[in-house]
Design a protein around this ligand. Structure first.
Ligand code: NAP
Length: 865
């Protein structure tokens, strides 16, 4: 189908070879983008390598090809009429039906007339002089455009068969991602299938129905859930009928682009029978996302993940008659969800059929493919056909396959040699006016693609309209914003189990690809809010130029750790009263109630509760001993709570973590609290407790001359003061001081008090409330209240100081680290990026705290080395 050479757009006559926008790809992305561009009056060309619309559903015609997302969710939302005019026959629509849907939409909206089919883009070149892209196509045409959009899909370039002898085979060869349009009849044939990802798992049962012999070559077994296909799920249909707009809005703000009830319970907190019941309920729904979200920690905690993985393996054992084959089909190495889980119809049962054989390539590797078959594991088998279900050069393959040259002659392939660096997964520095739809760095393949596609198309079109309205010709991300986005994506990936697995998500299936988590794992809703915020903040992280004007609005869009942000979001919805509005008694009750709800932390060898003599009476303590053989170095620990609340048990999870990670005895001390006992009671108690522990170290199972202090928040203050008092009052000699987000200066304001005054749990107002209860203004300059103000900081023990970016106390902690360093004290200073005052103490609740806690434990080990 060809379009006319000149066309009319918004009253302007356009040349076909000089347009506002070129779009590559006429799948669901390109189709919707075309519609939006036309409606917005942009001249455009859509170039498609295939012979029809549909993208992935045009190419992937292998037997059994179906969508794993329910048809209630895998459909456009931008045209409400479609919901009346089109009805789906099944929950998991098959490829022909989805292709028909794409064709139906294209006809309804007259999209065909604007698409050039059977045209590939060979290369694209940016000109900084004309501020335009030149696109060269396989038909020899050059098209000049202002904006260039890659709507090329994430799984559109099949991986080349990388098996020795692959080109020798004289029988039929099929690749699932490039299946013949006329279909294939395997009746009576001897067939080999290589690959057991989604494509293999969907096609194998149907190929087995026809073939006389089927050998499946498996390198990695996969988790697969039965699709239980049938009519679209009634509970979703009912919700759509009741309030379609609300349902779609929920999908857009959800984690994966499908409305789903998020879990509240850890897989490790329920007995096995309960876990199995919950998993069974999810399993029976036959929905891809359900089984992975039964528990809160499947994606972040290996032990929790194992609960789901074992449930899946049990299901395989129940279906596959031969126990050895069942074991071979059971994934054991990779955590559930870190490779894309599959959905199947009778996949595991297929291996009960007498003419089907499973070959484990780990024990029987393919030596070579021959003219007539496959040599593997000492055997040689002849085949009539080989089916490659070996996957794709995912996410970046289709983008870098086109030779794209940006500013200064740098190609995208060169720029992405070490990773697909980008901003928002939509743009990349050095390539102005180039956009990717569902590219790396966006939720993309980890989401319902329809939701992500529509969001990207809307963002891009709205941006183009803004640029036009404001007279800008170009938009380009800034290096600072791009680097911050890379860090944010890494922060999100770091708290998951994805990096443990060699998957195509990690680029690991294609030799030479950089190993990073390609999609953005922070969730569809969060991602949408970020993209919206970038526009609302006048294109934060972009430079816009045109008509002699330049707008640079630089900065990072998200620096807070993603799990910390989730906690803050959750707390914001609770509408809790500020602690500073409470009486000390109520604040203590509130603190105790909060503590009771948190995960307990790791098991330790032994816990002993006791009392020690303090200047104002006995002080309670809790001793944590590691399970290793002692004696151990001893850390005297002081809890947080603003000198007002907390106790020797209130930082229990953190004390357990430090005890096990650093292999030390921790003695957590309950010093006297304000307002009943004001300054300097806490300081006096801290020092007295330190002396007592040092004097009794051997009896406590510790090594007498290996003593350090540690503390968090106000406890960090007590620890720092105790270290100074020990230096000035004849001991004990300390090996180190570990201060986590400590209070060091109550005498004046620091910038972070205002910068992080509100919204990060510890507020400026609460800190003032603490100080008011603890010390009179004239006492706050006393170094026993403000250790930063000590006249002399020399001779203090080596310090590890941890400060958090979003903490009102950040700058006074930083200042103490600098002051100690200036005084010649060895200091390790960890500036915990994206953390808040409390987050590093939230053991087993916030995975992003794991790395800082390890650093703290390493520092403790270092003190005693
Ligand atoms: P895939 O998930 O990458 O699976 C490829 C399979 O081939 C894996 O089992 C892989 O083993 C194996 N393999 C690759 N190279 C091999 C070699 N040289 N020798 C032996 N085995 C080899 O690819 P896919 O099945 O085409 O699926 C890709 C993605 O497309 C899916 O994850 C999904 O996102 C999407 N998809 C979706 C649907 C749907 O929604 N219904 C259907 C199909 C595909 P290793 O695991 O050891 O690398």
């Amino acid at each position: 189908m060809r379009t006319a050479d000149r066309s009319v757009h918004g009253g302007k006559i356009m040349s076909k070879s000089d347009v506002d926008v070129v779009v590559v790809g006429a799948g669901f992305s390109g189709m919707y983008l075309q519609k939006r561009l036309r409606d917005a009056g942009f001249s455009h060309r859509v170039l498609e390598a295939g012979g029809d619309v549909g993208g992935t559903w045009y190419w992937n015609r292998y037997p059994g090809a179906r969508c794993d997302i329910s048809t209630t969710d895998y459909q456009y939302t931008w045209d409400p009429e479609l919901h009346e005019q089109w009805s789906w026959s099944e929950k998991h629509a098959a490829q022909p039906e989805i292709l028909r849907y794409a064709q139906f939409v294209a006809k309804k909206h007259d999209l065909y007339s604007g698409i050039d089919f059977d045209v590939r883009v060979n290369d694209a070149l940016w000109s900084d002089d004309t501020k335009r892209w030149s696109i060269h196509t396989s038909t020899g045409e050059t098209i000049v455009c202002r904006h260039y959009v890659m709507a090329t899909g994430c799984l559109s370039v099949p991986k080349e068969p990388d098996i020795p002898g692959a080109d020798r085979f004289r029988g039929d060869v099929y690749v699932t991602g490039r299946w013949p349009h006329e279909g294939v009849d395997f009746s009576g044939m001897k067939v080999a299938v290589i690959g057991t990802g989604s494509s293999g798992i969907q096609s194998i049962p149907l190929i087995a129905d026809q073939a006389s012999k089927l050998v499946v070559y498996q390198r990695t077994p996969n988790y697969s859930i039965p699709a239980f296909n049938g009519p679209p799920p009634q509970y979703r249909v009912d919700r759509l009928v009741a309030d379609r707009a609300a349902y779609e809005a929920e999908a857009r703000q959800s984690a994966s682009g499908v409305p789903i009830t998020m879990p509240t319970v850890s897989a490790l907190s329920v007995p096995r029978e309960t876990a199995w019941e919950l998993l069974e309920t999810a399993w029976l729904k036959g929905e891809l996302l359900e089984t992975g979200i039964v528990f809160t920690d499947v994606g972040t905690n290996r032990a929790a993940n194992d609960v789901v993985a074992e449930f899946m393996r049990e299901k395989i054992r129940a279906e596959v008659q031969d126990p050895a084959t069942a074991e071979l089909l059971s994934p054991r190495k990779h955590p559930y969800g870190t490779k894309r889980p599959c959905m199947d119809t009778n996949y595991f049962q297929t291996f009960n059929r007498p003419h089907v054989r499973l070959v484990d390539l780990n024990t029987s590797p393919i030596r070579t493919i021959t003219e007539t078959g496959i040599d593997f594991g000492g055997e040689s088998h002849d085949f009539d056909a080989i089916v490659y279900a070996t996957g794709f050069d995912a996410m970046t393959g289709a983008i870098v396959n086109v030779d794209i040259t940006g500013k200064d002659g740098v190609t995208l392939k060169q720029k992405w040699e070490h990773g697909p660096h980008n901003y928002l997964g939509l743009t990349t520095v050095g390539f102005p006016n180039l956009y990717m739809i569902t590219g790396p760095g966006s939720p993309s393949v980890l989401s319902n693609m329809m939701v992500s596609i529509e969001q990207h198309v809307d963002w891009i079109t709205d941006t183009l309209v803004d640029l036009r309205d404001k007279g800008f010709d170009t938009i380009e991300a800034t290096p600072l914003a791009e680097e911050a986005w890379r860090k944010h994506c890494t922060d999100c990936a770091d708290i998951t189990l994805f990096q443990e697995t060699d998957s195509w998500y990690m680029g690991a299936n294609v030799p030479g690809k950089p190993r990073v988590l390609f999609p953005y794992i922070g969730g569809v809703g969060r991602y949408r809010r970020i993209c919206d915020e970038v526009r609302a903040r006048d294109y934060l992280g972009f430079v816009l130029e045109g008509a002699g004007r330049r707008q640079l609005n630089d900065g990072p869009i998200r620096e807070i750790q993603p799990d910390v942000e989730m906690v803050l979001d959750m707390m914001a919805t609770l509408g809790l009263p500020p602690i500073e509005s409470m009486s000390p008694a109520d604040a203590r009750a509130f603190s105790d109630a909060s503590s009771a709800m948190r995960p307990p932390g790791p098991a330790v060898g032994e816990i002993i509760d006791g009392t020690l003599p303090g200047p104002g009476g006995p002080l309670e303590y809790r001793l944590y001993r590691p399970s290793t053989t002692g004696p151990h170095p001893v850390v005297v620990y002081f809890h947080g709570g603003g000198w007002v609340f907390g106790s020797h048990t209130s930082d229990d999870p953190l004390c357990r973590a430090l005890c096990t990670l650093a292999d030390v005895v921790i003695v957590s001390v309950n010093y006297r609290h304000a307002p009943e006992d004001r300054f300097p009671a806490a300081a006096d108690d801290g020092y007295a407790a330190l002396r007592w522990v040092a004097d009794n170290a051997a009896a406590l199972g510790g090594v007498p001359d290996r003593i350090a202090v540690a503390g968090w928040s106000a406890g960090g203050n007590v620890a720092a003061v105790a270290a100074q008092l020990a230096r000035d009052n004849g001991g004990p000699t300390l090996r180190g001081q570990l201060l986590l987000t400590p209070v060091t200066d109550g005498s004046r304001q620091h910038r972070s008090h205002d910068e992080n005054a509100d919204g990060y749990i510890l507020t400026k107002a609460l800190m003032e409330w603490f100080w008011n209860h603890y010390a009179d203004p004239e006492d706050r300059s006393d170094p026993r209240a403000s250790p930063l103000l000590a006249a002399d900081l020399t001779g203090l023990p080596p310090a590890m100081i941890v400060t958090a970016q979003y903490d009102p106390l950040r700058d006074e902690g930083d200042a103490y680290a600098r002051a100690l360093e200036s005084a010649g004290v060895p200091v390790q200073h960890l500036r915990a990026r994206g953390h808040i005052h409390t987050s590093i103490t939230m053991v087993d609740a916030l995975p992003s705290g794991v790395a800082p806690r390890r650093r703290m434990a390493d520092a403790l080990r270092g003190f005693f080395a």
